[in-house]
Design a protein around this ligand. Structure first.
Ligand SMILES: [Ca+2]
Length: 100
């Protein structure tokens, strides 16, 4: 009996998570696709890393921000988790922009 209950809960969780994913992901993708200045960096990401989403940015701008983040880490004005998170995003963008 207990096993059945657990199995039921598990099935409900699996269905709920897949449904949640299906509901959530289209919005995420739509938001990611908005790139007002068409520089390859989505608006949401530009705002997150402190760029103007209506002004085209280059790889050099991203490198500049990356260096600023290094300074912030050294000064202790950014947490290590925020630093890692932002660096990962910026590095991915630099790679993406270098490929295109
Ligand atoms: Ca952009």
């Amino acid at each position: 009996m207990k096993r059945r209950k657990l199995l039921f809960i598990l099935i409900v969780l699996v269905i709920a998570s897949s449904f949640g994913y299906a509901l959530f992901s289209p919005f995420t993708i739509m938001e990611e696709e908005v790139d007002s200045d068409k520089d390859g960096i989505p608006d949401r990401t530009e705002i997150m890393i402190g760029l103007d989403p209506y002004k085209k940015n280059t790889v050099e701008d991203l490198i500049k921000i990356s260096n600023q983040l290094d300074q912030m880490l050294l000064n202790g004005t950014i947490s290590i988790s925020d630093y890692r998170y932002m660096k990962r995003i910026i590095n991915e963008l630099i790679l993406k922009m270098n490929k295109s």
